[in-house]
Design a protein around this ligand. Sequence first.
Ligand code: GLN
Length: 544
Amino acid sequence: MTTTTKYVFVTGGVTSSLGKGIIAASLAKLLQAQGYKTTIQKLDPYINVDPGTLNPYEHGECYVTDDGAETDLDLGHYERFLNVPTSQANNVTTGRIYQSVIEKERRGEFLGKTVQVIPHITDEIKHRVQILGNSGDYDIVITEIGGTVGDIESLPYIEAVRQLKWELGEHNAIVVHLTLIPYLSAAGELKTKPTQHSVKTLMESGVQADVLVCRTEHELSESIKVKLARFCNVKKEAVIQSIDASTIYDVPILMLEEGLDSVVLDKLGLKSATPNLDNWNAFLTRHKNPKSEVTVGLIGKYVELQDSYKSILEAFIHAGAANEVKVNVEAIHSEYINKDNVKLKLSHLDGVLVAPGFGERGIEGKIDAIKYVRENKIPFLGVCLGMQMAVIEFARSILRLKGANSTEMDKTVAHPVIDIMESQKTITRKGGTMRLGSWACNLEKGSLAHGVYGVSKISERHRHRYEYNNDYKDQIEAAGMMATGFNPETGLVEIIEIPDHPWFIGVQYHPEYKSTVSDPHPLFVAFIKASHEYSKSKKNVSVA
Ligand code: GLN
């Protein structure tokens, strides 16, 4: 088989949560910065067709692509690092693989044959891996295999990698294996044995790792690298140390210092050059040398989990760097906010973001928080459910529509200021049926949003079933909350603002999905700027 696209598979050993996604994204960044068109794909070994139906407690944030795919949060890292949009083809699960094989079987495409894991499932995996490569858009496709080598679920993927390595030939497909070198404090030593075992497990499936990336809390000595090389059949320069970093955005630089990119390019038979990381380094300098700081509240119901609001937290980092401000994020659980403690919990904040979400739990706390920031003129950004709650709070407090609510929370509510979208009313299946992906939005001239974006037509990503109820628009606007962004075809309200407040905006879409290192999202940048100004104004008042 001849091929022009090169494939890099990233596998993981020893334990989960080693950060394969960050290593894959960092490698991709270094290759992209040398002029190679690079994309990253994630193969997830679970049976859900996509993570859209998973609770954030199970799998962290669900990331949404332009084409409306509900995907693994690692795709967010890929986009944030590369600034290139991903798509449905960039995330494949076992569920999707089996679904398409079974559909083919029902169509009679395997007529007469017994359908089996090998070759049918592995062929489907190989096909999915090569869709991106065959598009002709990329020089290098990096495929991250979810899970840990040795897991039962990962076996078909490792077998597909073995076959592809063989079929594509030397220099066309390589395996980067990420492992852990634990430090035993009682012995005062770093231990290589778990890595040796995981490389051996990989070899039992017929796959030889070409490069080892070793996660460690302490520097790896030369002798440890030599030992790993000897026991794991790799060259010493292919043993790459990945030491804990203070920010994920340091990892590409650390990998460059370790030479991960040049080892990979050498193995792929491609030339390496000095990557142009000027923009990346400029971002890092701004990120690490803030001139001042702000504290913003992130109000949601999954705040105890690091991964549930991943894209929002990263968007804050991008926006902080853009403003040369350190953004301290205080995660506040909406379930524990009430009228009596809201002042105590929020009065010191410089800005408040009310997070997206589903279902009733914690919404009254979000509403109390919004009332407080609206009345006290604290900068506010409501995202998706956060925007819907702002409309409900306004209807209850200002329009005096007692018990106004969303029909998501109360089907028989007297004042459904947020209601199910017409197109959603007949939908009963839960998977992949929300209003998803990119939709256009026209901005009202002179609005806050228009000023923030600096253009009058935008496109943003969505994931919802409920919407602003236009039957209440005249009343709401007459009382001072303006709708300033609309879907051009349906009139769906995408943005609300309160002009009589210094910075109050709610958006039905998810701006956080589009914020990247090189393109921080304008709404987040403006929100942090407003929070910074608010913080300065508070200081001036207290000095006076
Ligand atoms: N649950 C709300 C809806 O479906 C908001 C969704 C969200 O915040 N992503 O409309």
